[in-house]
Structure formats: C-alpha cells, structure tokens
Design a protein around this ligand. Structure first.
Ligand code: ATP
Length: 294
C-alpha cells in the first residue's frame, strides 16, 4: 500500500502573550511562532480496511486514541468521508514531550498532510486548517509552519518575515509541565506585562537577530515559576546566547546564537545540566516529505 514518510518540526515561541479569557474557558493568545529543524519522523501507510494503528519508539507516548496522530487520522477519514481505508502510523520521537515544543501537534499535523496526499487531496488547504484547529490549538501552526503571528487559540495565522538564520540551542530540564497545569497557574497569578509583539515583528522585518533576541518574552514563564527554567536561561546567556526564553508552556528553554560553533559548545556544556540539549536551525515549514513508498 502507498506510504509517505515526513519529518515533523518542533515549534518555538518567540513571543507568547495572553490577551484574555474567552467565555468558553479558552485563553485568547497572541504569539510569534517559529518552526525549527528539531524533528520527529512520521511514516504513514494507507491501508485498504478501516482502522488506525500507531507504533512509537518511545514507550512514554500513548499509542491509542490519546495520540494526536490517531485523532488526526480518525478525523481526516471522517471529514473527507473516506470509509474503506485506514492507516498504519509509525512515529520516531526526537522532540521531547511536555516541553512546549508542540511535538505531538507536529506529528498530528504531519499525519493530516500525509493522508491528504495519499488519498488524492480531497481536502483544500483551508479545510485542512479547520480540521487541524478542531484537533488541537498548535496543529494549524504545525500544518503551515515557518514564522507566523498567531491569534485566537492559535488558529488565526499570519505569515511573518523569517527569523534571520541563526543557531538555536534548545534545552529540556528533567522536570516537565502539563500545558493545563501551566495555564491554571497563570490564571491564579497577577497578569504579567505582555510581550512587545509589534517590536518583535519589526525586528523580524528588519532581519535584526539581536532585536529579536532582546524581545523574546513568554508570559507563562512566571506562571511556570520553575527554578530549572530560570537556571537554564541564565546558563544559556552565560554561554553566549543573545537572548533566552521558555517556549510554550515549558519546560524547554531556548537561546539564539549568531555562530553555530558557539551554539554547539553551549549545548555540549548544558548536556550534563539538563535532560537533553539540541542545536537546531529555523526552518520554513512545519513538515517535509522525506520519502514515498509502496
Ligand atoms: P505543547 O507545546 O503543544 O503544549 P508539549 O510540547 O508540551 O505540547 P507534547 O509533546 O505535544 O507536549 O506532548 C504532550 C502530551 O501529549 C504527552 O504527554 C502525550 O501524552 C500526549 N501525546 C499525544 N500524541 C503524542 C505524540 N504524537 N507525541 C508525543 N506526545 C503525544
């Protein structure tokens, strides 16, 4: 049967602001988001009978209906009204979980893109984006990727000039934090100052990496209130980062570097001080087909 293998990219928040709380309980977000080439690999095979099966090399990832790839495939077949087919999905995890890097969402978005291609593109881009938003707030961004200003709960996306080429060190502390816990903590504290989204967009338009680094800001940081986050941010700056910030609801932090060799040295130095440290680069899309089969 036909199959597609994709790389699914992690996302970073260059800014994360919360504009308010909606009547339905969701937070109204404003965020500048960036894809980076820290990627999971997702292989999707179309089968000739209904049913979705998931395999993953990381035993901590649920392979049942809780997996965002499972939800994505199920909803895709429903919305595209395809009854006689199913999917076998294999996931190779690299993106750490409970990190604010949208790893699960990236995998789910890759499944939507793969199934649409494998079934002859029954859904238009706009329909796929709506479907993505119905599965999770980060999926629309992961489906498009690059550099975007996001609003609503994350489903309103506007393209921005790309982050100037740079090296990004991403460090994940031992501690994780479920997204819901972080937002609940945010609601319980006094509203912090919001990010300068306009200044961030202007710095991107000017190709000004230092201006971007200066404006990194995430209002969930004081809510997460984790010593490990503060410590890793300080270490990133000591080791040469132009700026450092937590991404999403944490607990991963990242730092921007002009020079890849400095970033490599920083990641090597941090390796013993956190669960895992990577060097990545900005990338222009949320997923990329790496192989066709069948
Ligand atoms: P976000 O940035 O969207 O808040 P995150 O980076 O904090 O997400 P994820 O990697 O998306 O975290 O995982 C959060 C939880 O989602 C995991 O603990 C896991 O139970 C569940 N999950 C569902 N599908 C996946 C998947 N494909 N990969 C990893 N986790 C998944």
């Amino acid at each position: 049967m036909p199959s597609i293998t994709l790389s699914a990219a992690a996302k970073l928040n260059l800014t994360l602001g919360i504009e308010g709380r909606r009547a339905d309980g969701y937070h109204e977000m404003k965020m500048v988001m960036q894809s980076v080439d820290l990627c999971d690999t997702v292989a999707v095979e179309l089968t000739g009978a209904p049913g979705i099966s998931i395999r993953c090399d990381d035993p901590a990832v649920p392979c049942d209906g809780r997996n965002l790839c499972h939800k994505a495939a199920q909803r895709f077949f429903e919305v595209a009204d395809i009854r006689g087919a199913g999917a076998v999905i294999s996931i190779r995890k690299v993106i750490p979980m409970q990190a604010g890097l949208a790893g699960g969402s990236a995998d789910g978005a890759a499944v939507l893109a793969a199934l649409n291609e494998l079934t002859g593109s029954p859904l238009e881009k706009a329909q796929l984006l709506l479907l993505a938003a119905s599965i999770g707030a980060d999926l629309p961004f992961c489906l498009t990727g690059g550099t975007r200003l996001a609003g609503g709960i994350g489903e309103k996306l506007a393209a921005l000039p790309p982050l100037p080429d740079c090296a990004v060190v991403i460090a994940k502390p031992e501690e994780g934090m479920p997204t819901a816990t972080c937002f609940a903590r945010y609601d319980a504290i006094a509203a912090p100052a919001q990010p300068d989204h306009g200044g961030m967009c202007a710095a991107l338009a000017a190709g000004d990496l230092r201006g971007v680094a200066k404006r990194l800001c995430n209002v969930l940081e004081p809510a997460a209130d984790l010593d490990c986050v503060e410590l890793l941010k300080r270490r990133l700056r000591e080791l040469g980062a132009l700026g450092a910030c937590m991404t999403g609801s944490g607990t991963a932090v990242f730092g921007l570097f002009e020079r890849p060799d400095e970033a490599r040295a920083c990641a090597d130095a941090l390796a013993g001080e956190c669960r895992v440290a990577f060097v990545a680069r900005p990338c222009p899309t949320g997923w990329r087909v790496t192989a066709h089969g069948g």
